[in-house]
Design a protein around this ligand. Structure first.
Ligand SMILES: N[C@@H](CCC(=O)N[C@@H](CS)C(=O)NCC(=O)O)C(=O)O
Length: 221
């Protein structure tokens, strides 16, 4: 099995977290350099996105959430889903809230802060949406615990890249107080770093960010 992955992609990071937590022997490799334009990559994944999982029999599985669920179904030896329907609903709710109400308002902010001419009103309204999402997510987490306390779950493999990206935004947009009032979300960074699988993902994303910043700096010279 092979996963096309990029170190800084929050979607690929989610899948890598599941792979590491489950101890699966899957080759993890960047896509070909021309993946966005090459007909070969489009033939593999018509969605032209990363990550994508290639099974040994040629089956292709795209979309991070689908890949994680597939790995859970196909390799249940180490389970990242709790075993009651109610607990699983809780895990899925936290994942969904992190995705829809934190990740989605957060990502455009990187572009909004990157522009030379910043649209302050647009940034303020986007930050308000993010603040609302953070409030919802914070209320669902217990400080210092996994998303579902006591068990590493699929919610954690998603929360880790979300929390990493928040850290990135705080540095990039100079918003050191972004997580003030969201103590459980803030503390989740340490929870992730302490876990072997999540910590590995955190380190890989850190390296990916450093490489991206170095490439940008080189272009500006
Ligand atoms: N919904 C997809 C999103 C994947 C995605 O958008 N990945 C980014 C990389 S972080 C991508 O491939 N973007 C297309 C591009 O960069 O051209 C998933 O969950 O896998």
């Amino acid at each position: 099995m092979k996963l096309y992955s990029l170190p800084l992609s929050p979607y690929a990071a989610r899948v890598r977290g599941a792979i590491y937590a489950k101890g699966l022997a899957i080759e993890i490799t960047p896509p070909p350099a021309d993946w966005r334009t090459s007909p070969e990559y489009r033939a593999i994944n018509p969605l032209v996105r990363v990550p994508v999982l290639l099974l040994d029999d040629g089956t292709v599985i795209a979309e991070s959430a689908v890949i994680v669920e597939y790995l859970e179904d196909a390799h249940p030896q180490v389970q990242l889903r709790p075993d009651t329907a109610e607990a699983l609903a809780r895990v899925r709710l936290i994942t969904q809230v992190a995705d829809l109400y934190v990740m989605q308002p957060m990502m455009p902010l990187f572009y909004m802060f990157d522009g030379k001419e910043k649209d302050e009103a647009l940034i303020a309204s986007q930050l308000a949406k993010l603040e609302e999402g953070l409030t919802h997510l914070d209320a669902m987490l217990l400080k210092g615990e996994y998303a579902f306390p006591g068990q590493l779950t699929t919610a954690d493999v998603w929360l880790t890249p979300v929390r990493f990206s928040l850290e990135g935004l705080m540095g990039f947009a100079k918003l050191p107080r972004l997580l003030d009032g969201h103590e459980a979300v803030a503390a989740y960074a340490e929870t992730a770093k302490k876990d072997a699988a999540l910590g590995r993902v955190w380190d890989e994303m850190t390296e990916g960010l450093e490489a991206m910043l170095a490439a940008r700096a080189a272009q500006e010279v």
